[in-house]
Write a protein that binds this ligand. Structure first.
Ligand SMILES: NC(=O)c1ccc[n+]([C@@H]2O[C@H](COP(=O)([O-])OP(=O)(O)OC[C@H]3O[C@@H](n4cnc5c(N)ncnc54)[C@H](O)[C@@H]3O)[C@@H](O)[C@H]2O)c1
Ligand SMILES: CC(C)[C@H](C(=O)O)[C@@H](O)C(=O)O
Ligand SMILES: [Mg+2]
Length: 358
């Protein structure tokens, strides 16, 4: 079997971590007997510099045709001028929208050997294994009107928070399915005490919940959820929430795991095989030094193997190789160690074995 993957390394540490993920994918493919063809394309700031747009139409079309898309990160200080006509992040948003990937799965596991890497007390971190399902193609990121306002000589700006029933229903339904396959608990996070969109969200969660009597659902206000993520994170199983809340809560959740560099994501929905990217950004402060943690990207490659290529055994083998490397003390700098991106990737490759995976 041959699969085509579009690789979008992007900016900053993006190329460093996608290179690592590709090496691991190649090793897993070799052991599985599948073949992967890669096509590398531009997105983000590098695409603005070379093509004048953050994502060109031909690249989006190729992504829509591919078996999966693997992305590094976009953005950086070079393109941060708030008055610039085009921003790197627009490329990423156009890609998500163009692929129709409405559900962004962000698993958060605390590896027992990494409890020291988190500022939280170890007893609070015990047993943390949660999954954030973030709505990805609606809400404040996309709502219209959006833009600058001018009135009576004043300048303003507007972003609109809009959700339609079907947009909520499809992501909530998937979250219920995922919760049913896990510990059967779903926390729907909203701001229903203030926002009309959240009251619609709650109403739809209640309707969908009738289809999943085996799942225990609770509604949690986002401010409380932010607090509970650090006071009692192990109590969460699946969290489902809108686009912006999910963005913020998952950076917070990365602190539980020990580093931004650890968390992967899979964006599903639409017709294609999905989009796979670590949750971190282009990390301009460490870009080009070869010290970025590649594990978020490598674990995203594992999700790609699972959801896009349907290679569950290979996906598990990658996850187990990462776990073994961490258990045996391999650490990049963000985790208090001194391994380079390359050495950490080699540590995973050395431990990757489909025969030993369970
Ligand atoms: N998906 C994406 O492409 C994405 C995600 C988030 C931010 N961004 C963009 O990235 C740029 C920088 O944003 P930021 O600095 O706020 O967030 P960031 O995630 O890039 O970095 C935050 C902190 O985490 C560290 N970090 C992140 N990934 C790491 C890794 N793999 N290994 C070790 N340390 C890591 C960084 O060094 C930095 O100290 C911005 O332009 C932003 O818009 C892009
Ligand atoms: C870069 C930005 C548009 C993006 C988001 O907000 O979705 C990032 O923060 C993420 O978490 O993937
Ligand atoms: Mg983010």
């Amino acid at each position: 079997m041959t699969f085509t993957i579009i690789v979008l390394p992007g900016d900053g540490i993006g190329p460093e971590v996608t290179h690592a993920a590709r090496q691991v994918l190649d090793a897993a493919a070799a052991q599985t007997g599948i073949e992967i063809t890669y096509k590398e394309r531009l997105i983000g700031g590098c695409a603005i510099d070379r093509l004048g747009t953050a994502l060109d139409e031909a690249t989006l079309a190729e992504c829509q045709q591919a078996d999966a898309v693997l992305l590094g990160a976009v953005g950086g200080p070079k393109w941060d001028d708030p008055t610039a006509p085009v921003r790197p992040e627009q490329g990423l948003l156009a890609l998500r929208k163009g692929l129709g990937v409405f559900a962004n799965l962000r698993p958060v596991r605390v590896y027992p050997v990494l409890v020291d890497a988190s500022p939280l007390r170890p007893e609070r971190l015990q047993g943390v294994d949660l999954l954030v399902v973030r709505e990805l193609t609606g809400g404040l990121y996309f709502g219209e009107p959006k833009g600058r306002l001018r009135q009576d000589g004043r300048e303003g700006a507007v972003d609109s928070l809009v959700y339609w029933d079907y947009e909520i229903e499809r992501v909530v339904d998937l979250a219920f399915q995922l919760a049913a396959g896990r510990r059967g608990r779903l926390a729907s996070v909203d701001k229903a005490n203030v926002l009309e969109t959240s009251r619609l969200w709650r109403q739809i969660v209640q309707q969908v919940s009738r289809r999943y009597p085996q799942v225990q659902v609770e509604h949690v206000l986002v401010d409380t959820a932010a607090m509970r993520l650090v006071t009692s994170p192990a109590a969460f199983d699946v969290i489902v929430t809108e686009n912006m809340f999910g963005d913020i809560l998952t950076d917070e959740a990365a602190v539980l795991a020990g580093s931004m560099g650890l968390l992967p994501s899979a964006s599903l929905g639409g017709r294609g095989g999905g989009l796979y990217e670590p949750i971190h950004g282009s990390a301009p402060d460490i870009a080009g030094q070869g010290i970025a943690n590649p594990l978020g990207a490598i674990l995203s490659a594992a999700l790609l193997l699972r959801y896009a290529l349907k290679q569950e055994k290979a996906a598990r083998a990658v996850e187990q190789a990462v776990e073994r490397a961490l258990q045996e003390g391999c650490r990049t700098r963000d985790l208090g160690g001194s391994l380079s991106t390359r050495a950490m990737t080699d540590a995973v490759l050395d431990r990757l074995s489909l025969e030993d995976s369970f």
